[in-house]
Design a binder for this molecule. Structure first.
Ligand code: GLA
Length: 383
């Protein structure tokens, strides 16, 4: 998959710009094994970078412009580095946002030209935008002589998304795209931004189950959930729900209105599940991790209310398969993907059976595939 993308961006670069690119930059999408809607509560997440990526073929320019051709959108875009707004819609705003965030962060950038292509499905909850941002950040860093520091760059990319693109996301997607490692998931403490690599055991395959539905008006629902969590934290006089002890919450839960109570309960229990899942995964206890994933889905569906019928149907089909350790919706929700942990040797049979079952029940053809944990954003030689 990635060798195909690499070849395509290099070939297209030669055709459009003449000569060779000086280097390639790539960054992965991600799937989150457990820990959703916890990152903006200063909590814990356990995502892994996947072998779905964005690739750039790049060469420096002498002026302060960026000129990029997107193969996926069949579109040229260019912008001057010194220009502020206006901000428009579309893929190039992620690049402009990253250059803006770098400048704001005290890292002067230089101009470049290049070709971009990717295979992270858009709007599926696999963080295509973070992949684009981190591929852009890696490019700008290499072109401009900025030392690559994954955590600092993830924060800048998150700032680009929050303040330039205007999506109020947490840090998970950018940090895993920056700092993922092959064969590992990454436990992230979203407050300290400390990370712990967790091996994904060979006995288990990670399967992405794309329902084929796309999240619609997700921003308002996402922001509403954030506000509810903040309200709960304020009620208990803690900085974030991460700080609320489970016992305190249980004792005083009745003080909250029913909706806020459910939101808080999800975050508190999900943080505990995520920490436990990381430890269990380290011990190779994939069956127990699967059980926690199943519980996470129930919590996201009933307490946080970010699932939808197609996601529930997919998770149900996955969980009923004999080779499945556990399954849940993944990411922001409201559409997109579920993730399942499955016996390695039965993964191919699992993907076929679950896809068929989902089609029978829902009437949509899903994309179901085994994915492998891949490395975070990197620079590759063009030759
Ligand atoms: C989106 C956001 C993340 C995170 C997840 C839910 O992917 O970008 O920051 O909040 O939703 O876990």
């Amino acid at each position: 998959m990635s060798s195909e993308l690499r070849a395509r961006v290099v070939e297209e670069f030669r055709r459009r710009f003449g000569g060779e690119p000086s280097f390639l930059a790539r960054a992965p999408g991600r799937v989150n094994l457990i820990g959703d809607h916890t990152d903006y509560n200063d909590g814990f997440v356990l995502p892994m970078a996947i072998d779905r990526e964005v690739w750039f073929a790049v060469r420096a320019r002498d002026d302060r412009r960026v000129a990029v051709h997107s193969i996926d959108f069949d579109e040229d875009a260019s912008f001057a580095l010194d220009q502020g707004g206006p901000r428009r819609d579309g893929w190039v705003e992620y690049l402009r946002g990253v250059s803006w965030a770098l400048e704001q962060g005290g890292c002067p950038t230089r101009g470049w030209e290049g070709v971009a292509a990717g295979d992270v499905p858009l709007g599926a909850g696999l963080s295509s935008s973070a992949a684009l941002e981190l591929a852009a950040a890696r490019t700008f860093a290499a072109i401009s002589g900025i030392v690559w520091q994954p955590v600092a760059m993830a924060r800048l990319a998150q700032r680009a998304e929050n303040e330039w693109v205007g999506v109020n996301c947490g840090i998970m997607d950018q940090l895993i795209s920056a700092a993922g490692e092959a064969a590992h998931a990454l436990l992230i403490d979203c407050r300290s931004l400390e990370t712990r690599l967790v091996v994904v055991p060979d006995s288990a395959a990670v399967v992405v189950l794309d329902t084929g539905t796309r999240r619609g008006l997700v921003d308002s629902a996402y922001n509403e959930r954030r506000a509810q969590c903040e309200r709960a934290a304020r009620h208990f006089h803690v900085a974030a729900l991460r700080d609320l002890e489970s016992e305190t919450f249980q004792r005083r839960a009745a003080e909250l209105d029913p909706v806020t109570r459910k939101r808080a309960r999800h975050v508190i229990t999900e943080n505990a599940r995520t920490l436990e899942a990381a430890t269990l995964l380290e011990h190779g206890d994939v069956a127990a991790v699967g059980t926690l994933m199943n519980e996470s889905h129930v919590s996201l569906r009933d307490d946080f209310e970010v699932s939808r019928p197609e996601l529930d149907a997919m998770v149900d089909a996955a969980q009923r398969h004999g080779a499945c350790f556990g399954a849940r919706m993944t990411g922001a929700g409201f559409g997109g993907c579920a993730v399942a942990l499955v016996q390695h040797e039965s993964a191919a049979a699992f993907t076929r059976a679950v896809a068929d079952e989902y089609t029978r029940n829902v009437g949509l053809r899903p994309a179901v595939y085994v994915c492998s944990a891949s490395q975070g954003a990197s620079i590759e030689s063009a030759s």
